[in-house]
Design a protein around this ligand. Structure first.
Ligand SMILES: NC(=O)C1=CN([C@@H]2O[C@H](COP(=O)(O)OP(=O)(O)OC[C@H]3O[C@@H](n4cnc5c(N)ncnc54)[C@H](OP(=O)(O)O)[C@@H]3O)[C@@H](O)[C@H]2O)C=CC1
Ligand SMILES: CC(=O)N[C@@H](CCC(=O)OP(=O)(O)O)C(=O)O
Length: 347
């Protein structure tokens, strides 16, 4: 058996932290050496999440108690802003995959604008490599600190970026209508996430100003080779997991919706986790639930010169912890699917 690396999960008592534990407990190259929490420090992982009853896991401790000398790689699943303070104290010899938004924007001014305060770890922000694995694999392989992308932004960029790179769609006419399950908001108690607030209805939020626009625009601008503004409206739907993005695009002259499908099929041919379904298929969140897969497709729009892209993923897996493990596998030079073989949990 190959030697295992020792990993710490900061924020293990949260949803993405628990998802990391669920998948890393079966990862053949990893030993979970430290798990941290804030309010729940001192509890066992089974007390925080009874599904882990019987697993041999370290007790949840405060971040200050972590013995960094014993750790090879850190998964950081803390709230944004807290993350940049904490990661400054992690020794530079340790690899990091950060799930928060703290290191995703490479422009410090853009960060300050969208997050309302100056960045407190600019050296780390400069060092961080943005990592949608399928699009940034070569850079991720060389990185020490990977900024794991957001759930909405993975679901928005995977279908759009190859089309921008191919010059097949108009960069100024991208409209992303996205719906997320409530686990996307994390485990911390918030009035807006009470059962009565989210069940039996659904609503848009952050309309016209959601902070993920910055991350989408950063990716789209790089792919288009010029500044791009995107319309993005997130919605909260009464389900636990999953994101569906319905994306309206304008074709460049001479292009058809079928061309877009062919570009995506070719771009993701051979990718284990990204599946381009037949033209006109409507992918469903329930088919990727609990897995690291992304299903996407293209459909005709009745308006001439337009097309509709559809993309689904599990926000806690490919949208967060699964992609974080995929990035670790790339950073370590291991097969990318290691520990990520789960198939969607349906029905
Ligand atoms: N949920 C999702 O679908 C996605 C989340 N993300 C990002 O991943 C990160 C984690 O998200 P998620 O798991 O949903 O969040 P949760 O709210 O579920 O968990 C947060 C974790 O951080 C700990 N924590 C909170 N405040 C502090 C603090 N001041 N010091 C130390 N530890 C603290 C909590 O400990 P305790 O429980 O003890 O309070 C908990 O373990 C966030 O940055 C989020 O934006 C990214 C993509 C998708
Ligand atoms: C449903 C819900 O609230 N979703 C969160 C985004 C999910 C998340 O936390 O991802 P990031 O790390 O990319 O911010 C939101 O809208 O802020």
């Amino acid at each position: 058996m190959s030697e295992k690396i020792a990993v710490a999960i900061l924020g293990a008592s949260g949803y993405t932290g628990a998802e990391l534990v669920r998948m890393l407990a079966l990862h053949p190259r990893v030993r979970i050496a430290a798990l941290t929490a804030d309010r729940k420090a001192g509890s066992t992982m089974a007390e925080a999440f009874p599904q882990f009853t019987g697993l041999d896991l370290p007790r949840l401790i405060a971040i200050g108690e972590v013995d960094w000398a014993s750790i090879d790689l850190v998964f950081c699943a803390l709230p944004h802003a807290t993350t940049q303070e904490v990661l400054k104290a992690v020794p530079a010899s340790i690899k990091i995959v950060d799930l928060s938004a703290d290191f995703r924007l490479s422009d410090p001014e853009a960060y300050a604008y969208w997050y309302g305060h100056p960045h407190k770890a600019l050296e780390l922000q400069a060092e961080a490599v943005y990592g949608i694995t399928e699009l940034d694999r070569a850079a991720v392989a060389k990185a020490r600190l990977v900024a794991n992308p957001g759930c909405y932004t993975t679901c928005g960029q995977l279908p759009v970026i190859p089309l921008l790179e191919a010059g097949a769609i108009d960069p100024d006419q991208i409209v992303i209508d996205a719906k997320s399950g409530v686990s996307g908001a994390g485990r911390a108690a918030k009035e807006a996430n009470l059962f009565t607030e989210v069940s039996e209805g659904f609503h848009a939020y952050g309309v016209g100003h959601h902070r993920h626009m910055a991350e989408l625009e950063q990716g789209f601008s790089k792919a288009a080779g010029r500044p791009v503004r995107a319309a993005f409206t997130p919605h909260l739907v009464p389900m636990n997991r999953g994101i569906l993005s319905t994306i309206y695009v304008k074709l460049q002259p001479g292009r058809t919706a079928e061309d877009l499908h062919a570009i995506l099929a070719e771009r993701y041919q051979g990718e284990h986790f990204v599946k381009v379904l037949p033209f006109g298929t409507s992918p469903q969140t329930r088919h990727v639930r609990g897995s690291n897969f992304v299903f996407m497709s293209v459909a005709a729009d009745r308006r001439p010169g337009h097309a509709i892209l559809l993309c689904v993923l599990d926000n806690l897996v490919k949208g967060a912890s699964g992609q974080a493990i995929q990035n670790m596998n790339v950073m370590m030079g291991w097969p990318e699917t290691t520990g990520l073989e789960q198939i969607g949990l349906f029905p």
